[in-house]
Design a protein around this ligand. Structure first.
Ligand code: COA
Length: 151
């Protein structure tokens, strides 16, 4: 979550400029109800810069990063978030995916785990931004040879 719409727009600009950026937007008739987006991480990505846990070099390449998932309040607890999540990740062909969950939001972490695919917690991560919260860096490996996974 961002401090202001301007900051949110800056972050969106940063992500949309990345090679391979992808996004899904959900609609209920003509109403936009939520979105999810992310991009493959390049080698040496700053994403991993805040990792406080030692991991193998191989873990931090060939990874798709889910950057944002958001659903408007009237459409929460309706399965919309799960649909957006699978719509974004099912077509991916990277070896694995990662996302960050604020450590103060255990219910959100539980939610991702409840959606399957064996998300594990890689370690603690604090981005190099002023007042950045402490995150759980989460990771899962896509099943080998999967054509369509999820729903
Ligand atoms: C995360 C999200 C897409 C999940 O939607 P959903 O599957 O419909 O699930 P819910 O909205 O019911 O969320 C599940 C639980 O997590 C909690 N939760 C969700 N987002 C939260 C947040 N940002 N901070 C703290 N708790 C949060 C909800 O309050 C809910 O708790 P409850 O069961 O006690 O009511 C939606 O809650 C959302 O858009 N949240 C704001 C954006 C966000 O936090 N995105 C995740 C970034 S990693």
């Amino acid at each position: 979550m961002f401090a202001s719409p301007t900051r949110s727009a800056e972050v969106l600009d940063h992500w949309t400029a990345r090679p391979g950026w992808s996004c899904v937007v959900g609609y209920d008739n003509d109403q936009p109800v939520g979105y999810a987006y992310g991009a493959p991480l390049p080698p040496g990505s700053r994403w991993w810069g805040g990792l406080l846990t030692q991991v193998s070099a191989d873990t931090v390449t060939r990874t798709y990063a889910l950057s944002e998932l958001m659903v408007r309040e009237p459409w929460r607890k309706t399965g919309t978030a799960r649909q957006l999540y699978f719509a974004l990740l099912s077509p991916r062909r990277e070896e694995r995916a990662t996302l960050l969950v604020d450590q103060d939001h255990p219910k959100v972490r539980a939610l991702y785990r409840s959606w399957g695919w064996g998300w594990t917690t890689l370690g603690d991560l604090r981005p190099g931004l002023p007042d950045a919260p402490l995150f759980h860096a989460m990771l899962f490996n896509f099943p080998p040879g999967a054509v369509e996974i999820g729903v």
